[in-house]
Ligand binder design. Sequence first.
Ligand SMILES: C[S@@+](CC[C@H](N)C(=O)[O-])C[C@H]1O[C@@H](n2cnc3c(N)ncnc32)[C@H](O)[C@@H]1O
Length: 234
Amino acid sequence: MLHPIRKDEQHADNVRQMFNRIAQRYDLMNRLMTAGQDIRWRKAVIRLAQIPTGGKILDIGAGTGDLSREAAHQQPHCLPIAADFTLGMMQVGRKQTPAQITWCAADAAHLPFPESSFDAVVSGFLLRNVSDVQLTLQEQYRVLKQGGRIVCLDTTRPKPTVWSPAVYFHLNTVIPFLGKLITGDKEAYAYLPQSTQHFLFAEQLAEIMRQVNFRNVSFKRYMFGTIAIHWGVK
Ligand SMILES: C[S@@+](CC[C@H](N)C(=O)[O-])C[C@H]1O[C@@H](n2cnc3c(N)ncnc32)[C@H](O)[C@@H]1O
């Protein structure tokens, strides 16, 4: 007997299909949408991860592997594992990747690693896409070694400021227009602003990280309050 598809499975399937469709142009769109600022944020993520020499780092929701490459660049002796559940994104990423990086198919909700495996776990723009943020963070906590660091880069729900009209114009008009122009997929780049505006506020994500038992949790906002980097320690 066929069992009905659960809501979270359906969501994961939609996310996977969307990233498979835009994989070829994903990196270019990132540079354009953020005016190249994402490169600076990724450098900050890896600095905050404080990877020890020879340390193992998990880049979960790695996509095309930008964070793993930055880790390999900043810490040439580290061992990054770039893990994702969208094959198309990983295929694009693997073409431009040093041998030091290992690629792995994995669902962030059920990581295929034993507990206490990694010195650091990082993610870039993953959490906004998962069905259960708390479960995803619990998995990252489980696979981190004691004293290991988590660093998450994502969009965050913007608070009202004097910049809000310009911010919403960029999110709701400029990004979908650019997305259609560059990737031919207006839907995917309408999803980005929608998921940003329905995602957690930075304070709420920090609170969930504390509930999962991370300590020294902190965050910093970027780009008119639409992006945040959160970090903490197991
Ligand atoms: C917006 S992209 C980010 C890619 C990359 N980390 C970056 O910083 O550019 C989100 C990635 O998360 C992956 N993803 C979403 N949900 C996932 C899940 N449950 N398990 C593993 N990967 C997931 C998608 O396949 C996609 O490649």
